[in-house]
Design a protein around this ligand. Structure first.
Ligand code: ARG
Ligand code: GLU
Length: 716
């Protein structure tokens, strides 16, 4: 009786709340379809994912490896975010033709620009290969042996799956290695840029609005997939033709209302939903706060220098955006976890779990050690994790150190060349000789960074935990990071473009130029210390944690047979579903679930870096020239919030209505909800979607590229 009661109580506390979860598309039929229909979905599971017939899956693209895009015409036209196309747009921009600043629109196919290196990957099929991957792995083997068998099986299966075809494949572990899935894919390599709005529209709101709601930017860009004459992936060629996809996503301008079913289909990167209270405590109380405080200091230094100087501003803009993005995400995450009492919630779950396990002797024997052992490992892991955070976010926040570290790559290749091994030394050297590092570098700014970061390091890491050489420098300079920095920068070749050029002009001969360089010497002693005293133990613990987590998830699945489990995001194709919904960020504040162009004009600051509005858009606004893109209330919608569980990598993902029609493009989450990578709070976690009507309005009315709409299947 007691057991039944405990298990029941646990089930209730654990039942996945509506909207949480990133589900495997091939398992929708078995796991989710009933629930999805109950929530309004009008499609069958087969229409979302099918191997034999065309389905939505055939129109979902992994764009450039890290984002998602969707196919919206039978000529391979794809839609993604502006920030996903950003590097392509930047790459094609020159002072004369600044596409970031002014936008870009091909007015016919000849004007579309091929972007070298950009890829579009489509999933052909997904297969459960757990049994095959684990074949030959038995309990009595050592970890190393288990790993090597698994690896060999994976390699073999990946090869077999695509032998004699143009397909590619990869296998990934799910649930910490409880399951394995094979993905057969097609990767297109001739991707051409079709259009992008100016940054004043695509990036409107900049860093200030990033991760925030309400939102007013049109974060989209348009590309096209080209294939060879057989409609297969091919390297760029003038003879290639627009790709004819198996499925084209129809676009709906009919809008939506609060409570409507929504579905996001894409490639979420990484989540950790099954962590223990010890891990969540470490993230929320140690790791996130440390990384946030270090980045805050770093960003302040950059910002001060950027504000007073256009050259520095341009050089650091991208770096700054990247650092700011995760700074802000971690800040939102730690606050969200705190407000949700995340550690206490995890602890209470662990108590229930332990009681349930203890009530059954066989389970107690098999799983009883998991929680205590996790606690033990984390007490050590936490200390190492702090060291690693200091390594990445403090020592290597100093650009000169990062630059010096790069030279080890070159040196290794040189050694290979000297040994007569196949090498890419000459190609790498040519690349280094371009001295690209200095395009985004300012020595004075970096000196300030070095001074501040070393000071943080001195304050935060005690002497016995420091790399020996670094510690002796610190002692020699009497804990004065300013003096130490002056010494380093006055004696190094790594912060001067001319000196670096000299060093590279005859790299094999001028060995003394780096060997005796204090920055190089110090950097290498740091790397050496970490590779011997920190990383091995860190990785060892990581592996143990993974094994424990694997058992932990397995035990949960055994205990709670009725609960539906979704695997953590791992950059594979997933379906999230929820509904259009608003939220209350804090006491006394309520947010609406959608924004309109009126808000763009409210935020407008003439000439501002982040909040300028182009004249043409202001004109359209004044004339209320919204055409068929206006909502029923006459306003032009811009963005909306919904309760789909998403993360980084979901950028650019299609957001569907119940009929599988496109109503928008996912591009961000709300600040209060970034905690959903660790724990999903249904009251606070929202994804942010660019309304397709604003996208079409910008293409048609603003850019005058309405001809593109002729390719689309528009539902009015
Ligand atoms: N926060 C969004 C996503 O991770 C957008 C990032 C790009 N935009 C920006 N303003 N930095 O990743
Ligand atoms: N902007 C993110 C991306 O680039 C999506 C936002 C999120 O993390 O949910 O993938």
């Amino acid at each position: 009786m007691k057991i039944i009661f405990l298990v029941l109580a646990l089930c209730v506390s654990l039942i996945i709340k509506a909207d949480e979860g990133m589900w495997l598309p091939q398992l929708l039929n078995a796991m989710n379809i009933k629930d999805m229909k109950k929530n309004g979905l009008k499609l069958t599971a087969e229409q979302i994912y099918s191997i034999n017939k065309s389905s939505l899956k055939d129109a979902i693209v992994q764009f450039g490896g890290g984002c998602t895009a969707e196919i919206i015409s039978n000529q391979g036209l794809i839609l993604t975010n502006h920030h996903c196309g950003y590097s392509a747009i930047a790459f094609h921009s020159t002072i004369e033709k600044d596409y970031l600043k002014n936008g870009f629109w091909a007015m016919n196919k000849q004007q579309e620009i091929y972007t070298a290196g950009l890829t579009a990957m489509i999933i052909n099929r997904i297969e459960d290969v757990t049994a095959k991957v684990l074949k030959g792995v038995t309990a009595n083997l050592t970890d190393i042996k288990k790993d090597s068998i698994t690896k060999a099986n994976i390699k073999q299966l990946e090869k077999e799956a695509v032998a004699g075809t143009h397909y590619e494949s990869f296998i990934r572990p799910f649930f910490y290695g409880n399951e394995y899935y094979l993905f057969v894919t097609e990767t297109f390599k001739d991707i051409r840029m079709v259009g992008a709005p100016p940054s004043d529209i695509g990036k409107f709101g900049g860093e200030t609005d990033n991760w925030m709601w309400p939102r007013h930017n049109a974060d989209f860009s348009v590309f096209r997939i080209y294939a060879n004459k057989d409609n297969k992936p091919a390297e760029y060629s003038a003879d290639n033709v627009p790709y004819n996809p198996k499925h084209v996503i129809p676009v709906s301008v009919k809008g939506y209302k609060k409570g409507d079913f929504t579905m996001v289909y894409g490639f979420p990167g990484r989540t950790q939903e099954y962590l223990s209270s010890f891990a969540v405590d470490m993230i929320m109380n140690d790791s996130d706060p440390l990384k946030v405080s270090l980045r805050e200091k770093r960003l302040n230094i950059m910002e001060t220098d950027m504000r007073g100087n256009d050259t520095i501003r341009l050089a650091y803009a991208n770096k700054y955006a990247g650092i700011a993005n995760y700074y802000k995400k971690w800040l939102g995450e730690m606050n969200g976890l705190k407000n949700y009492n995340a550690v206490a919630k995890k602890e209470s779950f662990e108590n229930d779990f332990t009681n349930a396990i203890n009530a059954d002797p066989a389970k107690k024997e098999k799983y009883g050690f998991i929680i205590p052992q996790l606690k033990k490992v984390y007490s050590e892991y936490k200390i190492l994790n702090k060291q690693v955070d200091y390594y990445n976010e403090c020592l290597f926040a100093i650009d000169a150190f990062g630059y010096a570290r790069m030279y080890n790559v070159l040196l290794n290749e040189l050694k290979k060349k000297q040994k007569g091994l196949t090498n890419t030394y000459d190609a790498t050297l040519t690349e280094y000789k371009k001295l690209g590092f200095f395009n985004n570098y300012n020595r004075a700014t970096d000196m300030k960074l070095c001074e501040t970061m070393l000071n943080e390091y001195i304050k935060g890491v005690s002497s016995e935990n420091r790399p020996y050489i670094l510690d002796s420098f610190i002692v020699a300079y009497n804990n004065d990071s300013k003096k130490l920095t002056a010494f380093l920068y006055n004696n190094t070749n790594f912060t001067s473009k001319d000196k670096a050029a000299l060093m590279l002009s005859d790299f094999e001969k001028f060995t003394n130029l780096y060997e005796r360089d204090p920055v190089y010497y110090l950097t290498n002693s740091i790397i050496k210390y970490y590779s011997t005293s920190v990383f091995p133990q860190f990785q060892y613990d990581d592996r143990e944690i993974n094994e424990l987590q694997k058992l932990y998830v397995q035990a949960q699945k055994e205990l709670f047979k009725d609960k539906k489990f979704y695997p953590d995001a791992n950059s594979t194709l997933r379906v999230a579903y929820g509904k259009v919904n608003d939220y209350k960020p804090k006491d006394g504040v309520e947010y609406n679930y959608y924004t309109t162009i009126d808000g763009v004009m409210e935020k407008y600051i003439p000439g501002d870096e982040e909040f300028n509005v182009p004249a043409k858009l202001r004109e359209l606004y004044l004339k209320k020239d919204y055409g068929m893109y206006a909502d029923k209330n006459g306003k032009l919608p811009v963005a909306f919030t919904a309760s789909n569980h998403t993360t980084g990598g979901n950028s650019g993902s299609p957001v569907f209505n119940a009929k599988g029609e496109l109503i928008g493009t996912n591009f961000d989450r709300n600040w209060e909800g970034t905690m959903s990578d660790i724990m999903y709070n249904p009251n606070q976690c929202r994804n942010i979607t660019l309304d397709i009507r604003y996208t079409l309005f910008i293409i048609d009315k603003f850019a005058g590229a309405g001809y593109l709409l002729n390719e689309m299947k528009i539902i009015k």
